[in-house]
Write a protein that binds this ligand. Structure first.
Ligand code: AMP
Length: 396
């Protein structure tokens, strides 16, 4: 059997796909179709026979997947030459049912559909991707890999909200956590870099991408994490607010007459760095900050202050910490964000090496001083590879 997995990440108006060799992490093809259902969409595809970047009007996810298959034919690799072992789907919310990846069948589709109320912004799109792929590849095994699964080890004290019992028991209102595939990959890699068994290390991992979250990981198991029932809670993100006083919601309704849909949109799409400084791209924000823009400076400060607070909190949760790990776009590439998030934490045994922090590298590496009690690591994440590996592991 081949180790090639077609990894599909279906969003509400996008379809991201990659063909990944689960054994090596190599991806001979990666592609993205955006603005599905809109007047003007875009398709990019990178394969061994060239790169495609073209405007393309795409009506729905089925047309998007068909366009992806056309791109495999025109820009490679040819799917006649490469045998796909299975399809791995990223599914955002697996509720309390799914602590592991699961083979996709009608029952699984029904179970993920039942979870839509917990993830109305994500699961419907993931389901659409699953349905379309099952139609176009009826003979291939397909696997759902859940963002929440890694955090099923959270203890009740960490996952329980202080809300009445009926809400918690009857409506599944609890903390679930997300970015699980990233945490699984990065924590294993961190143990390797430290030369220790994963079972013996305590880690604080900071996944800082467009979505941002933190996790306290003891011996490879998540014991606390910043995202909650949905991916809105916790750190400041590109467009999501992260933690806000829940009374703000009632205030927005009562005093400003906002609807529930408007508040959902506000907190998920118009807040975070975008709300603070007008844009969600951290690179742009960094350039503006360097040019002395006070809004960008405040956004950066709020963003890093929140990270520092979570590091302190998770240090207390874990008791001892072997490493703090930065990953994803901002975590891997922004030396100023890493430095600002760790500044003043020397008393906790965290000593950043300024030169190592600013040295340019795409490799997994340590950026702490040699005598830092707590190692500080930068580890590239690769959620597609992890999804491919978990898919192959499941189908055997
Ligand atoms: P991700 O969701 O992991 O792709 O991360 C996306 C975020 O990482 C965006 O806000 C990017 O602006 C940010 N990012 C990517 N490269 C850099 C960089 N070199 N410096 C600062 N931020 C970056």
């Amino acid at each position: 059997m081949s180790d090639y997995v077609l990894v599909i990440n279906a969003g509400s108006s996008s379809l991201k796909y990659s063909l990944v060799d689960a054994a090596t992490g190599e991806a001979p093809a990666v592609g993205l179709i955006e603005q599905i259902g809109e007047a003007k969409g875009h398709h990019s595809h990178k394969g061994p026979d060239g790169e495609l970047s073209t405007d393309l009007k795409v009506a729905n996810h089925e047309d998007a997947l068909r366009a992806a298959l056309d791109a495999f034919a025109s820009h490679g690799p040819s799917l006649d030459d490469i045998e796909i072992a299975a399809i791995g789907h990223r599914v955002v919310h697996g509720g309390s049912q799914f602590g592991d990846p699961a083979l996709i069948d009608d029952d699984l589709v029904a179970a993920v559909t039942d979870l839509v109320p917990l993830a109305p912004l994500h699961n419907p799109a993931n389901l659409e991707g699953i349905k379309v792929a099952r139609r176009l590849f009826p003979d291939l095994q397909q696997v759902a890999v859940f963002d929440t699964a890694f955090h099923q080890t959270l203890p009740p004290a960490a996952y329980t909200y202080a809300l009445p019992l009926d809400l918690r028991d009857d409506h599944g209102i609890r903390r679930y956590g997300f970015h699980g595939t990233s945490y699984a990959l990065v924590s294993a890699e961190a143990a390797r870099l430290l030369g220790r068994d994963l079972a013996d290390v305590n880690l604080i991992v900071l996944h800082l991408g467009n979505g941002c979250s933190a996790a306290a990981i003891r011996g490879g198991a998540s014991v606390d994490t910043s995202m909650g029932m949905t991916p809105l809670e916790g750190l400041v993100m590109g467009t999501r607010s992260g933690d806000v006083d829940p009374a703000i919601h009632a205030h927005l309704v009562r005093e400003l007459g906002r609807s529930v849909e408007e508040i959902d949109h506000l907190l998920n799409k118009e807040s975070g760095l975008k709300g603070l400084a007008g844009g969600n791209d951290f690179r742009e924000l960094s350039s503006r900050r360097e040019a002395g823009d006070p809004q960008a400076e405040l956004a950066f400060d709020v963003y890093c202050h929140r990270i520092k607070k979570y590091i302190g909190a998770y240090y207390a949760v874990l008791g001892t910490v072997d490493a703090i790990v930065f990953t994803a776009g901002v975590g891997q590439h922004s030396a100023p964000a890493r430095a600002a998030s760790l500044t003043g934490l020397e008393g906790l045994g965290i000593q950043l090496d300024a030169d190592r922090n600013t040295a340019s590298s795409n490799d997994a590496r340590a950026i702490s001083t040699d005598d830092s009690r707590v190692a500080v690591l930068v580890i590239p994440t690769n959620e597609e590879w992890q999804i491919a590996r978990e898919t192959i592991d499941l189908i055997g």
